[in-house]
Design a protein around this ligand. Structure first.
Ligand code: NAD
Ligand code: UPG
Length: 440
């Protein structure tokens, strides 16, 4: 296509804000929309409402450059753009396994009545199989222009690498129902496709399933190595060496075999649960019943981490000063959704440990969710006088701590390495009692 289409991005959270900014970087004109006025105000001022490397510089550049703007007005979006990416949240429904699709449905219901010329709406949110056909029917009902079409294009970016993953994805998955929809969505990714990115063109159900299948595979790989860690704990074997050894087999691969506290975040946990729920609705529960075990193994690692600390403290946290290093679900993010780190810190707090949490980026997000916990302003602050240290998120600042230097700050040299990133020999030689998951 000679002229690039104009794009809108609906929902400007972790995914949508990254997508909007990155598409401008690729040469498009973009309008971002959110129902959260405070978020839109920040974005308009060139400020990213969360922590994501590379994004602040690009946002500032493009807001000033005039090819990126933000609004809360659906009419403005429909007037401006030819292709609309829907990036709203699909969180777990409270007390259930299933995904909450009310935000997706609300976004389609708000946008559709304004679509009075030919346009392509592209679902990017992670949804259970069968959602896209429902949204297609909604568009056909509510859009005044009957030539409005739908495509489903699941997103695979990782937080912490979100910009690079958007500019240079491993693949594009395009779920479409017509040649026009395929041609139009291809034009919305022209520079990415020209750069040689593999493209899989498919139907809606496959596009929806690719996403949850990919996340289920990743979660299963992590829980597999954590199950091996459980075995290592009873046999005296070392799961880090085991992972290295099996990872040399190219068919297995070393990536996503880091044993430790397990997976969290706004994606893997809720996506495997929503998959279980949807399979149940479809009457194919057995096909994904293993995902229950994947989830259980993952939860058991959190409990085991709390127990490792108890071993070092003679069976009680009561009154112990506990330095919890990490709150984010993984490094290079301030995201604390279903964070294993915060979960462990809170569990120790409930056992009357005096927990002091430090995280280089996630203090504010953690405090907003769990205001009852104590937060330090620096690593030194958290370590000061601690009876035990927990490394819960593998930020570089924690990975490269020196046992001698840290040893001078704490009251007792006791450490639980929840992410298997410290050298046990080095720490033990410096007089530390060191415990880790799946390692002697
Ligand atoms: N975060 C990731 O790394 C990532 C990666 C791939 C896919 N996903 C998927 O993308 C979707 C969004 O995830 P997220 O992490 O960005 O969530 P998020 O909560 O950070 O962002 C969602 C945004 O949608 C907005 N919103 C809610 N209802 C709206 C409406 N009716 N109209 C306009 N905006 C509305 C919210 O205000 C919020 O800003 C989810 O389905 C998630 O599974 C996320
Ligand atoms: O070997 C590993 C690798 C990861 N993790 C943990 O797994 C979680 C998820 O990590 P990661 O997948 O890197 O983060 P996300 O940003 O949540 O990305 C996942 O979820 C996104 C949302 O669906 C997808 O787009 C990505 O492809 C998918 O990797 C984190 O808690 C990690 O600490 C481990 O415990 N061991």
């Amino acid at each position: 296509m000679s002229e690039l289409p104009k794009l809108s991005v609906i929902g400007t959270g972790y995914l949508g804000a990254t997508h909007a900014v990155s598409m401008v970087e690729l040469g498009y004109e973009v309008i971002g929309l959110d129902v959260d006025q405070a978020k839109i105000d920040l974005l308009r001022a060139g400020k990213v409402p969360f922590f994501e490397p590379e994004l602040p510089e690009l946002l500032e550049k493009h807001v000033n450059g005039g090819r990126l703007r933000f609004t809360t007005d659906y009419a403005e979006v429909a007037e401006f753009a030819d292709v609309h990416f829907v990036c709203v949240g699909t969180p777990q429904r409270p007390g259930e396994l299933a995904a909450d699709l009310t935000y997706v449905e609300a976004a389609f219901r708000s946008l559709a009545p304004h679509l009075d010329r030919r346009a392509l709406v592209v679902g990017k949110s992670t949804v259970p199989a069968g959602t896209a056909v429902r949204m297609e029917a909604l568009l056909q009902d509510l859009a005044p222009n009957k030539e409005v079409e739908l495509a489903w294009n699941p997103e695979f970016l990782r937080e912490g690498f979100a910009v690079q993953d958007t500019l240079r994805p491993d693949r594009l998955v395009l779920g479409v129902h017509s040649d026009w929809a395929e041609k139009t969505i291809r034009s919305a990714f022209e520079p990415v496709i020209k750069a040689g990115t593999p493209v899989v063109v498919t139907d809606f159900a496959t596009a929806e399933l690719v996403k949850v299948a990919a996340n289920s595979f990743l979660a299963t790989k992590i829980s597999f190595i954590n199950a091996m860690a459980e075995i290592c704990e009873t046999t005296g074997a070392d799961v880090t060496q085991l992972a290295e050894a099996i990872g040399h087999d190219a068919r297995i691969g070393r990536k996503f075999l880091n044993a430790g506290l397990g997976f969290g975040g706004g994606c893997l946990p809720k996506d495997i649960r929503a998959f279980i729920a949807r399979a149940g609705e479809l009457g194919v529960d057995q096909a994904v019943s293993f995902l229950h075990e994947v989830d259980s193994i993952n939860q058991r690692r959190r409990a085991r981490t709390v127990d490792l600390g108890l071993d070092l403290l003679d069976g009680s946290y009561r009154g112990a000063k506990v330095a919890a290093l990490g709150a984010a679900f993984k490094p290079n993010s301030d995201d604390i959704r279903d964070s294993p780190a915060l979960d462990v810190a809170a569990a120790i707090g409930r056992r009357e440990g005096q927990v002091m949490i430090y995280d280089p980026q996630a203090i504010e997000t953690a405090r907003a969710k769990q205001p009852e916990l104590n937060y330090a302003t620096s690593l030194e602050d958290a370590l000061d006088g601690a009876d035990i240290v927990f490394l819960l998120t593998e930020w570089d600042e924690f990975k490269f701590m020196h046992p001698g230097v840290v040893g001078k700050l704490v009251a007792q040299r006791k450490i639980v390495d929840g992410r298997n990133v410290l050298d046990p020999v080095q720490w033990r030689q410096a007089g530390w009692q060191y415990r880790a998951l799946g390692r002697p």
